[in-house]
Design a protein around this ligand. Structure first.
Ligand code: NDP
Length: 335
């Protein structure tokens, strides 16, 4: 039986600047079930994530560059269509790293069977997936968050950031949220009930703004953006404050390299801890995250929004729009 797989491939590396749709192509190829690749999966949801930008350059990173002309990788949820392996049945819902394509063949090692849950299955790419896990590990393991503390969150209207805000609120913390549109500000204030949310694009002087809204300073800054925002946050940290460096999206597409943090004196004098982390180092630490997150979701204590694009052809645009901030909550492609 001839099976056609349609996929997104990178046409060329993009060393700097915002990617364009012409940097990608939609390709098709014939795939077949064989002895090594004995399971056929059709994808239903594809995760679109900022870390993919780093794989679009030839620079050394924690994951290798995407191969030009070949399928891009990424997390996905799909359904088993044909199985010649007794550990998987037709109809099983599975998680894989074979995203950015509509279907694929592989062996059982490349798939994780998903438990049925009382909520949309794509939650396994959002609050129950890598981004929810990142929020949880970042806050508790690296941020050492305690009840009642004051937390600053950047990119707070996105997938990781919105989860960070809600976990911190559930713990009784005061949450200050920064995001890039008034619509996201409204969502954070009115639905997620953060203590203060603002549109950083409308703020003239971020250092003064942070001082004005939080004169006593922050115990924890959950940094999703890096760059000037990180430097501004350092000015307003409390003594012994912690900064969790989760992402640096403001620096991902720059054409002129950033100049570095100029206020290191504050790090010294305030005895700050600045800690980077990668969620890939914590893949074996899914508990107690899964138990806590399932409980919060079922009690409505963590809510989530999705921005959904349709079809594999829309995947390049969804990625570019993620970098432009057009998503609220998790960016996904539905196949
Ligand atoms: P988001 O859902 O937050 O989407 C990305 C957002 O980044 C955009 O919506 C946009 O929102 C914001 N953004 C884009 N450009 C800029 C800019 N120049 N300055 C400030 N904000 C900008 O993505 P995720 O939730 O998936 O990821 C959030 C961060 O966490 C990213 O930096 C990502 O790389 C990082 N991450 C790190 C992991 C780890 O293991 N350390 C794992 C997963 C994610 P806005 O409207 O606010 O501008």
């Amino acid at each position: 039986m001839a099976i056609i797989s349609k996929y997104v491939a990178l046409k060329n590396y993009i060393p700097t600047g915002l990617p364009k749709e012409t940097d990608f192509e939609i390709k098709s190829k014939e795939i077949s079930i064989n002895k090594e690749k004995n399971i056929l999966v059709s994808n239903s949801w594809i995760s679109v994530d900022p870390y993919m930008r780093a794989r679009m350059t030839e620079r050394k990173n924690y994951k290798p560059p995407f191969k030009i002309g070949e399928e891009m990788e990424g997390y996905a949820i799909g359904k088993v269509e044909i199985s010649n392996d007794k550990s998987f049945n037709v109809g099983d819902l599975v998680f894989s790293n074979h995203g950015m394509r509509d279907n694929f063949v592989c062996n059982a090692d490349k798939l994780k069977k998903l438990k049925a849950i009382d909520m949309p299955i794509q939650s396994y790419l959002g609050p129950l997936g890598m981004t929810g896990h990142t929020a949880y590990i970042g806050l508790f393991k690296h941020g050492e968050l305690k009840a009642g503390q004051t937390v600053l969150v950047s990119s707070a209207g996105g997938s990781v950031g919105s989860t960070v805000c809600q976990i911190a609120k559930n713990l009784g913390c005061k949450v200050i949220a920064s995001t890039g549109s008034d619509e996201k500000v409204d969502w954070l204030k009115n639905e997620l009930k953060v203590d203060y949310a603002f549109n950083y694009k409308k703020v003239e002087n971020l250092v003064l703004h942070l001082k004005e809204i939080c004169p006593d300073g922050f115990d924890l800054y959950f940094d999703n953006v890096g760059g000037d925002f990180l430097e501004s946050a350092i000015f307003q940290m409390k003594n012994f404050g912690r900064i969790v460096v989760c992402g640096r999206i403001s620096q991902m597409n720059v054409t002129i390299p950033g100049s570095g943090i100029k206020n290191m004196a504050h790090v010294l004098v305030k005895r700050l801890t600045i800690k980077g982390f990668l969620i890939f180092d914590h893949e074996n630490e899914r508990e107690p995250f899964e138990t806590d997150m399932l409980k919060w979701l079922s009690e409505g204590k963590v809510k989530f929004k999705e921005t959904v694009y349709s079809g594999i052809e829309e995947a390049p645009k969804s990625f570019i729009d993620l970098l432009k901030g057009k998503n609220i909550g998790k960016m996904l492609v539905k196949i």
